[in-house]
Design a protein around this ligand. Structure first.
Ligand code: SF4
Length: 404
């Protein structure tokens, strides 16, 4: 039996993607733009490459002592008045967030791959909450009932015509030209009302500083600072792999992520260290001034602590989700996240799927990896992605009884 027959399920999904010409054109454009933007950033700011080496070392030190850093981060979060939780499984994480949010609430969310891992939006909606994504790309994915096709650009597969159709048909917004500018303006007006009246704002995190409990979020749309700053409750849902030893390490991590996503300097870096407060009346501290009164931080394990002890998969935990490897990969350029697991696709998606979803699914998808190693060359965290893929292929062939 040939290898290609063995991976029929993966092939079927990729085959469908291959038939979609507009998807492939969109991916080609995205890959060209990203390559050009990152090259320009690194030429203008060569110091970013030094920062990347520092971030890589800091991440290695956290992965080696992950339990220690989780405890330290939780202690620091408590000290600044935030409420930390450690959720071992997606079920536990969903239950914690549902307990904080309640039912019948208006919830606004910013883009988070960990929230996708948990199917958090769907879970909160099933409990009777009205939930809105506020990142434009992620909102389009919500409107099409789809899934993110890239870690930074979730709607990379949606054309402007399709985006216009989605916002006019699903949101009832009137558009005349359907230009990107018009869509952005219409969505801005639509979301403004949700953002102002939301009971709860849910974000991910790009980094959490273990020494101070400071949560870092990087963005260019400006939605995250409203989601995290306007509601009475701010819930952060993030993986334990996002913990960095210090506040400076955390800052460096978000700068490097922004640079390798081709957006440098980032338009906004948001830092949250506990709930808002004031002591302006008789120096008596009152929590909940203009910002949230409660900040909850749910640190999600979902296989990460086990992976930290694994000789191969532990390497994936250094990933800062810049998405550079996806855009460089010749297979991803044809198929986007149709190639990979339920949440994560492309080169980084093989490792992340093995960590958070299923070794079998990741191993099957890995069989389509060409082994060209282009992903290894562009990864700012020097993750040996092709070695992870090769290891997964071995797991697959062993499972199928194909190896000697
Ligand atoms: S594996 Fe490397 S290149 Fe890919 S998303 Fe993660 S950090 Fe970026």
């Amino acid at each position: 039996m040939g290898v290609l027959q063995l991976v029929s399920r993966v092939l079927r999904e990729v085959e469908e993607a291959l038939e979609d010409d507009s998807l492939r054109r969109a991916l080609e454009r995205a890959a060209e733009n990203n390559e050009r933007n990152v090259a320009r950033v690194l030429e203008r700011h060569p110091e970013v490459e030094h920062l990347a080496r520092e971030v890589e070392e800091a991440k290695k030190s956290v992965i080696e002592r992950l339990d220690y850093y989780i405890d330290k981060a939780m202690e620091s979060l408590r000290r600044v008045g935030a409420r930390p939780y450690l959720a071992e499984t997606p079920e536990e994480a969903r239950e914690i967030v549902a307990g904080i949010v309640g039912r019948g609430k208006l919830v606004v969310m910013s883009k988070s791959m960990v929230a996708e891992e948990l199917r958090l939006r769907e879970h909160l909606e099933a409990l009777g909450n009205r939930v809105w994504e506020t990142d434009l790309g992620q909102l389009l994915v919500q409107l099409e009932n789809g899934r993110p096709m890239h870690t930074i650009a979730p709607a990379v597969h949606i054309s402007r015509v399709e985006a216009a159709r989605l916002v006019s048909e699903r949101l009832g917004l009137e558009l005349s030209s359907g230009s990107p500018e018009e869509i952005v303006e219409a969505v801005r007006r639509f979301l403004r009302e949700k953002l102002v009246h939301a009971d709860v704002g849910i974000t991910g995190a790009n980094a959490v500083a273990a020494d101070t409990g400071a949560v870092f979020l990087v963005e260019n749309e400006g939605n995250i600072r409203i989601v995290s700053g306007l509601s009475r409750k701010h819930v952060v849902v993030t993986g334990v792999d996002k913990i960095m030893p210090t506040i400076l390490d955390a800052f460096k991590a978000v700068l490097v992520q922004a640079a390798y996503a081709g957006l440098y300097p980032p338009t906004y870096v948001n830092v949250t260290a506990g709930p808002s407060s004031t002591a302006d009346i008789e120096l008596h501290r009152v929590y909940g001034a203009q910002g949230p009164r409660e900040v909850h931080v749910v640190l999600v394990d979902n296989g990460r602590r086990r992976a930290a002890r694994h000789p191969v998969l532990s390497e994936q935990l250094r990933c800062i989700r810049c998405g550079r490897c996806q855009l460089e990969c010749p297979v991803w350029q044809q198929s986007a996240n149709h190639w990979g697991g339920r949440v994560y696709g492309g080169p980084m998606g093989l490792g992340w799927t093995a960590v958070t979803e299923s070794l079998e699914v990741a191993a099957e998808a890995a069989m389509l990896c060409l082994g060209c190693m282009r992903c290894d060359l562009v990864c700012p965290m020097e993750i040996p992605l092709s070695r992870i893929a090769a290891w997964l292929k071995r797991q697959y062939t062993r499972r199928m009884g194909l190896s000697g």
